[in-house]
Structure formats: structure tokens, C-alpha cells
Design a protein around this ligand. Structure first.
Ligand code: GDP
Ligand code: MG
Length: 326
């Protein structure tokens, strides 16, 4: 069991800071609206609370410093498993009623020289997604368990089961991610079991994409929380990207430890579980484009994204289990 002092220290610090600000504000308002009598009755309670929150701030800082200065030893070995230039990969695309984008997405990946095949996983699509994907030459399966997590889980399973490729590239069939980033992923692969795409480089985020500036910083914040949970295991700046390149032997170990019932929170859940298993995850900056077709996920608007971000934080701090779909 890891002590996770940085992780819990940061959480205690942020909670204490929030409470402290709330009570300081309450004290100010009370002073403005109440008479001396009320002030006197509330004073001991407010004073005690402020003392507790200030102690929380100090405790948080001490926990973080203790772990960073005394416990962490920085004894990492950089993995360097070269990838053969002939190595091909299987692309797996998620698709739920994505008839407007699926053909363009499949074609984009099919023409990349490192791609062996494209598999599309429809998730009970009721439009012509499956038909259009087949027409374009993709292998098509339908995942009957509804949900983003179930669709991703099936996609990774199908990729892993291909016997002539050892690499699975997970992506969405909505044209938000592009095949030209495969070369970036491959450049980082020698050092990783999973290369996770990150939309953190501003210049690579197309204006008008689903990732608003609010979501961009929100993703970064939750990414850092995940990083603090696994200090020294990886730099994490984006918990919302589907786009990732996985070694199949890593998937063989990882998938039995994942539940397909975790839905839109599946990405940080996968990363958290893989880091817990001591897998090497390296982020790679990727480009991000406007979506073709309507959003089905957590990117509809900032409020939906905020709700999803809070659920992700719940999963990271408390447990992923209660987030499983029934
Ligand atoms: N939200 C959602 N997405 C699904 C589902 N099944 C498959 N998907 C696919 O998973 C991806 C969701 O991606 P995301 O970026 O979170 O939402 P988007 O805005 O719909 O693209 C898309 O490729 C969807 O087509 C489902 O049941 N719900
Ligand atoms: Mg999408």
C-alpha cells in the first residue's frame, strides 16, 4: 500500500483552502449584517473552524514536502524497447451513430503506411455507421453493452486479439483525431507500454474544437491529480483523450483488471489502473480537430464536462466502483 502523501496532502490543502475561504466570507457577512450579540454566539465556532482549516493547510503542505523531500528517491530506469520499422499496427475506432464521420475517419487511417487494418466498434448504432464503415473496407463489430467504456473495452480486446500485429491504436471515429499523429506515437513507444495522447499543446488544438479552454484546464487539473496519485510514474496532462497506442502484451495484463461498465470516466480509470500495475505510460502531444457529427459524450458543453470531471475526481480519490453502470 503506497502512502500517497502528495496526493492526499494536495487534497487536504485544497479542501482546507476552500473551507477557509468560505468561513472567512461567512465571518465577514456576519459582521456586516448581525449585531454584537449574534457575533458573540458564533465567534467560538468560527474561530475553531478557522483554526482547523489553517491546520489543514499546514498539514497538506507538510505531507507533500515530506514525501517529495524524504521518501521519493528518483531511481527510475528509462525503458528503451525499440520498435521495428516494419512493425504494423491495428487501429480500433469507437463509433456510436457516427455515420457522418466514420468513412472519413476509416480512410484517414487506412492510407497510413503503418496501419495493417482498421476495426470499427459500433455501439448499437441505429444509423448507417456499420454499413458505411464496411463499405470503406473496415472490419466492423457491434458492441451490445451500451456505453463509451464498453465500446473502448471491446475495441482494445479486438485489437489485442489480432495475431499478426503486436500494437493496438485506439481512437474515435469522429474525425477529432488524425492518422498523421501515428508517427508521434511511435517515436515515444520505445519508452512505454502505453503512449497516451495529450491535447495539452495549445498550438496543436484547433480553434472551434470540442475541447473548450475551460475543459482544457479542467483536464489538466484532473491529470495532475492522477499524477500526484502516482508520483514519479508519469507526467499526466490530459485525462480525456481516447487516442492511445498500446502494446498488446500490456493490454493482456491490463484488460482483466478493468470493468467495461465504467462509462465516460473510462480514460482516467484505465490510466489509474495501469499506473497502479506499474505500467509505463508516456504522454505524447497530439493534434485535435473539430468533431464531425453530434457529440454523444462528455464534451457537449462546459457543464456536462464539469460534472464528468467531478465524477473522475470521485473515482480517483474514493473509488471507481460506484461509477459502474448498473
Ligand atoms: N458517449 C458515448 N459515446 C459512445 C458510446 N458508444 C460509443 N461511443 C463513441 O465513443 C466516443 C465518445 O467520445 P467523446 O469524445 O467522449 O464524445 P463525443 O463528443 O461523442 O465524441 C465517440 O467515438 C462515440 O461515438 C456511448 O454509449 N456513449
Ligand atoms: Mg469524440
Amino acid at each position: 500500500m503506497k502512502p500517497r502523501l502528495t496526493f492526499y496532502g494536495v487534497i487536504i490543502f485544497v479542501l482546507a483552502m476552500g473551507l477557509h475561504m468560505m468561513f472567512a466570507l461567512a465571518l465577514l457577512l456576519l459582521k456586516l449584517i448581525s449585531n454584537d450579540h449574534l457575533n458573540l454566539t458564533c465567534k467560538p465556532f468560527i474561530e475553531t473552524t478557522l483554526l482547523v482549516t489553517i491546520s489543514g493547510l499546514f498539514l497538506g503542505v507538510i505531507m507533500v514536502l515530506f514525501e517529495l523531500l524524504w521518501i521519493k528517491k528518483d531511481n527510475r530506469i528509462v525503458q528503451n524497447n525499440p520498435v521495428s520499422p516494419d512493425e504494423k499496427l491495428t487501429v480500433v475506432l469507437t463509433a456510436y451513430n457516427d455515420e457522418l464521420s466514420i468513412q472519413e475517419a476509416v480512410r484517414d487511417f487506412q492510407v497510413h503506411p503503418r496501419v495493417q487494418r482498421v476495426i470499427v466498434i459500433s455501439n448499437n448504432s441505429t444509423d448507417r455507421t456499420m454499413e458505411f464503415a464496411k463499405e470503406t473496407g473496415a472490419i466492423v463489430y457491434n458492441e451490445t453493452l451500451q456505453g463509451y467504456g464498453a465500446c473502448v473495452y471491446r475495441a482494445l480486446t479486438e485489437g489485442m486479439n489480432q495475431t499478426d500485429t503486436t500494437l493496438t491504436l485506439l481512437c474515435e471515429g469522429d474525425c477529432t483525431f488524425r492518422a498523421h499523429d501515428i508517427d508521434k506515437f511511435l517515436a515515444y513507444l520505445p519508452h512505454a507500454d502505453i503512449v497516451n495522447g495529450s491535447r495539452i499543446v495549445e498550438q496543436l488544438r484547433t480553434g472551434g474544437s470540442q475541447l473548450t479552454t475551460f475543459m482544457y484546464y479542467g483536464n489538466f487539473f484532473v491529470g495532475k491529480l492522477l499524477e500526484f496519485k502516482h508520483v514519479e510514474q508519469g507526467t499526466l496532462t490530459d485525462v480525456g483523450t481516447t487516442y492511445k497506442l498500446c502494446r498488446n502484451n500490456a493490454l493482456q495484463a491490463l484488460l482483466p483488471n478493468l470493468s467495461p461498465k465504467i462509462n465516460l470516466e473510462f480514460n482516467p480509470y484505465l490510466l489509474d489502473t495501469a499506473l497502479e500495475m506499474k505500467m509505463k505510460i508516456v504522454e505524447c502531444p497530439i493534434t485535435f480537430y473539430p468533431r464531425v457529427g453530434a457529440s454523444k459524450g462528455g464534451n457537449k458543453n462546459n457543464l456536462v464536462a464539469l460534472n464528468l470531471g467531478l465524477r473522475m475526481m470521485f473515482g480517483l480519490i474514493i473509488s471507481w466502483k460506484p461509477l459502474s453502470a448498473k
